[in-house]
Design a protein around this ligand. Structure first.
Ligand code: ADP
Length: 491
């Protein structure tokens, strides 16, 4: 039997220490599940302050001399996650020891040197996969995630052409591409010949993500529907042609959900419950209403949003129909938890001010409150314009909180619209609509509101959703299959 594949999983965020969205959650969960599936996996992530303070005992295991371009020297520190996956922290205080988020200052401006910061992450990833690595552990597969590590396959191609490692590029969100001015090429230590159509060039700029898609051996994304959608102009963000060209190497693997998102064991809930004790969910609704200052009433369902407040997430559609949605028929309360574009934050704040007791807007990022929202809400709204996978609709399904979604990407792959047929088949678990417009959203929300008033039907929807298997083991098995195919192809 051949040895298990050695995989270096490269990421720019990892929960709970540094997270701006789904990638942080995935980086926290997938490597542990891969290790369980027999993969020898390590994680490479920048040593942000949150990580260096979480792992004060992390020791230096290698020095990284300046790897070309304008890059400074760095070091690798070694730590380990709770799941005992080794963590390699890329320590370069000049780049990563900063306040704010991984990509932005505390004033929410992109760091002006992001090309260099994540160029270094990519550069070091490629180095660790090459014969020039300072470590004796050498990956068979370099698994890159999103634009921040997208340049790694290009570095391997141009700077370490003989390297044995194969590369996987995972797209968590094609909208973020890491586009920088062409002049950055030399700073990044890439040769001039790289700035071509079948290299790192993209419409006169340098694109990290395109580089990854061009040079990686395999490409994955986080749902089957999204894998199809990104090959079309509408959601291809200019990369649909390249993705169609690479179609044979492109696979969609749905993300899993962490085991901690389970209403039967969740310590953050007012009352735990499962599919056989759904009546206990009501105590969570009551607690959430009290916490948010919402009226306690049996007249309307409580609808909830937990989201980045951005155009992608379709929150403008909710604002557009909010008055009609609240007034009914059938009427609703609305609770929102999110941060994002100021216009939408202000929109929800004003809506809450106009409807005290009926609308609550919590503008902020609060993971613990997100659990109470999922448990306390009756209906979850997620009208995304596009959604590579989406986690919140899966949390909602698990928490017996049927979601109303736009049928796109991972939402289309997880939410089964309630119709006579899907009810008869026992698969209906929520509400889905097609066109990304306010009228279609309103029609779907009304269907959900009507269904909520029919308690037997509602119970069936809840139970169908709670029965779904969104375990990481399933996703990890699919990634491990890809690694093994690549590994044996090389051997
Ligand atoms: P994306 O990665 O596009 O933001 P996902 O649904 O894939 O969307 O993942 C979002 C993750 O971030 C989920 O874990 C969700 O609960 C969380 N989240 C988003 N906004 C907030 C918020 N304001 N407070 C708490 N958690 C949030």
């Amino acid at each position: 039997m051949s040895s298990p594949p050695r995989v270096l999983f490269v990421t720019s965020e990892i929960a709970p220490w540094q997270k701006t969205g789904g990638l942080g959650d995935i980086s926290a969960a997938l490597p542990g599940a891969l290790a369980q599936a027999g993969v020898d996996v390590r994680i490479l992530v920048p040593a942000y302050p949150a990580l260096t303070s979480a792992f004060p005992e992390a020791g230096v295991i290698a020095a990284i001399p300046p790897p070309g371009g304008r890059f400074p020297a760095g070091r690798l520190l070694a730590a380990s996650t709770d799941a005992e996956v080794p963590l390699l922290l890329l320590d370069c205080p000049e780049y990563f020891a900063r306040p704010g988020g991984p990509y932005q200052s505390p004033h929410r401006r992109d760091w002006p040197d992001n090309a260099l910061r994540f160029g270094l992450l990519s550069r070091v990833a490629a180095l660790l996969a090459s014969d020039a690595s300072p470590l004796s552990w050498r990956p068979d597969i370099l698994h890159c995630n999103d634009w921040q590590s997208g340049l790694a396959p290009a570095y391997l191609h141009y700077l370490h052409p003989g390297a044995a490692a194969a590369t996987v590029m995972t797209i968590h969100n094609l909208a973020f591409q890491g586009l920088f001015p062409a002049q950055r090429l030399a700073d990044l230590g890439l040769p001039e010949e790289a700035f071509v159509f079948d290299g790192v060039e993209f419409h006169g700029q340098l694109s990290f993500l395109k580089a990854g898609l061009q040079f990686a051996d395999r490409i994955t994304t986080v749902s089957r529907t999204y894998a199809q959608e990104i090959q079309q102009a509408e959601l291809g963000f200019g990369l649909d042609g390249l993705l169609r060209h690479r179609s044979a190497d492109l696979t969609g693997i749905l993300n899993g959900v962490e085991a901690s998102w389970n209403p039967a064991t969740d310590p953050l809930l007012a009352q735990r419950y499962d599919a056989r004790h759904l009546a206990d969910k009501a105590a969570n609704r009551q607690a959430l209403r009290r916490e948010l200052g919402l009226e306690e009433t049996a007249a309307w369902p409580l609808m909830a949003i937990v989201s980045r407040l951005t155009h992608q997430k379709g929150v403008d559609l909710v604002l557009a129909v909010a008055e009609e949605l609240l007034a009914g028929p059938p009427g609703a309360q609305l609770a929102v938890l999110g941060t994002g574009e100021r216009e939408f934050e202000a929109g929800f704040r004003m809506l809450a001010a106009r409807h005290p007791g009926k609308v609550a807007a919590v503008i902020g990022f609060d993971e613990r409150l997100a659990h109470r929202f999922e448990a306390g809400a009756d209906i979850f709204l997620m009208p995304s314009r596009f959604e590579p996978c989406g986690l919140n609709q899966m949390y909602s399904l698990r928490y017996g909180t049927p979601p109303v979604v736009r049928a796109t990407g991972g939402l289309a792959d997880t939410v089964v619209d309630c119709t006579a047929q899907t009810l008869a088949a026992g698969s209906a678990n929520g509400f889905a609509f097609g066109p990304a417009d306010a009228a279609s959203l309103l029609a779907a929300v009304r269907r959900a509101g009507d269904a909520w008033h029919r308690s037997k039907l509602w119970r069936r929807l809840q139970k169908n959703g709670m029965a779904a298997d969104f375990s990481w083991d399933k996703a990890a098995a699919d990634y491990a299959d890809i690694y093994r195919t690549m590994h044996s192809a090389e051997a």
